[in-house]
Design a protein around this ligand. Sequence first.
Ligand code: PXL
Length: 287
Amino acid sequence: MTPRVAAIHDLSSFGRCSLTIVMPVLAAMGVQCCPLPTALLSTHTGGFQGNTFLDLTDQMRPVANHWKAEGVEFDAVYTGFMGSREQISLTGAFVRDFRRPGCRIVVDPVMGDHGRTYRTYTPEMCREMAGLSALADVITPNRTEAALLLGEDYGSLRLDREADCRRWCEALSLDGRRSVALTGVSLTGRTVGAACFDRDTGRVEFADAPLVEGQFHGTGDLFASVLVGAVVQGRTLREAAELAAEFTSQCARRTREEDTPQREGVDFEPLLWLLGQRMEEREPCRS
Ligand code: PXL
């Protein structure tokens, strides 16, 4: 059966992030994506001024109710950028409603980057996001988000120190109850990827790929989307993170080669076939 994922993210039509990444990536990996768009924006909020914003919060409960009434079930619920505190709490209600054995809850606690929250995120939203993350089976924070979730100083995590990454991953696991892929880890300076705490093994392992110099908008969404696709296709967390790191690196390299304007986001579409190929390499071993 084709795995099915409910994706609760915004739809930013220009600039490549959230659903414009999640949907094609999951489709390329042979996964059905059912989007629950939280807002419609003309562009994302990084590098554009005056974007439109149509709040779709009022639609979230009716869509969920209809899916419930139709008996729709998911192999994963995958959540990302949120437009308001209410959206985060409605997403929590969605997770509680649709959670069942075999349905993984993956929360990308999108709140900020480079030590700063995104301009639309308030401290209340960050607290609510920590609550949503507590419901997750897997979280995929970057360093900024990890610091916000733990109430730690951003500067106290060095992503080039293995011991720091292990300690933060373990702290983020809530005593081993949830798995963690801490992104942006670069132990060697020549590679980048994730430190992964897998609650099934209780171990922290590292997954990385060649580092491409530069900033590429949407790479967090790209990494998490590939990770979700691979996990629902039966890969372990580490295998999924390796594939996500590799594909994100390949797309970053292409973006740099194409000299795509930073705000237009990571130039991934022509490389989607690589994901399809990687999915075919091994029959999924579903747990
Ligand atoms: O990639 C994260 C993201 C998602 N959605 C919107 C954003 C951002 C980051 O800036 O602005 C609307």
